[in-house]
Design a binder for this molecule. Sequence first.
Ligand SMILES: [Fe+2]
Ligand SMILES: [Fe+2]
Length: 245
Amino acid sequence: MPRNAQARDDSPSMTGLRKSVRIAALGDLHCTESADMLLLAGDLTDMGQPEEARVLARELSTLRVPGVAVLGNHDCESGRQEEVIHILADAGLTVLDGDACEVHGIGIAGVKGFCGGFGTHALGPWGEPTVKQFVHEAVNEALKLEASLARLRSARQVVLLHYSPIQQTVEGEPIEIYPFVGSSRLEEPIMRFPVSLVVHGHAHRGRHEGRTKNDVPVYNVSLPLLNRVFPGRPPFLVMEVAVDA
Ligand SMILES: [Fe+2]
Ligand SMILES: [Fe+2]
């Protein structure tokens, strides 16, 4: 699979004219420009400390294209997410948490997501209150994603997550931790909207490409994974989404 990936494009052009928007995406930086925008798929910092966010903010000061991000679990570790978001927003990054934005005609719906596992093996809301709370968190993140997709009117839509919505892109991780790297509850809203592609991080040892049940491409852009799969190449994945010119 080449580093340049294609989005699903099965809708007719309104004008007959098409151009492509090149999207660079990566995640799990724990701390460019051959693209029209940059998507950051969470774990922007290692411990969620404002000082770490300032390091990234300084790096972003050289970014010449719009940047859109979601937070990851590492960014929550210190309980200072609001400060982290504020610092990154001051640096020009749009940080999504159940909201949406439009860049170059492409709608982007973003949410961190949560864990719980996949398919028939996903954890259900049954038994102890703490288990129900855990499952509720995943359901809530899926509802936030659904609401952000519902707000978009763009012909092309991209979903930005930290946790994986499908099992395929986490395969390679120890099977024992599958329930902690994603949730197929996140796949449900993706299948209800005209999504061109999905990017996520978090699964450092997963696979870089998979597909939802309705064939939407899903890319794991975790930095350790990209460095392993594409050694010697710039540490981001470039995807093209066709938009009406
Ligand atoms: Fe990570
Ligand atoms: Fe993570």
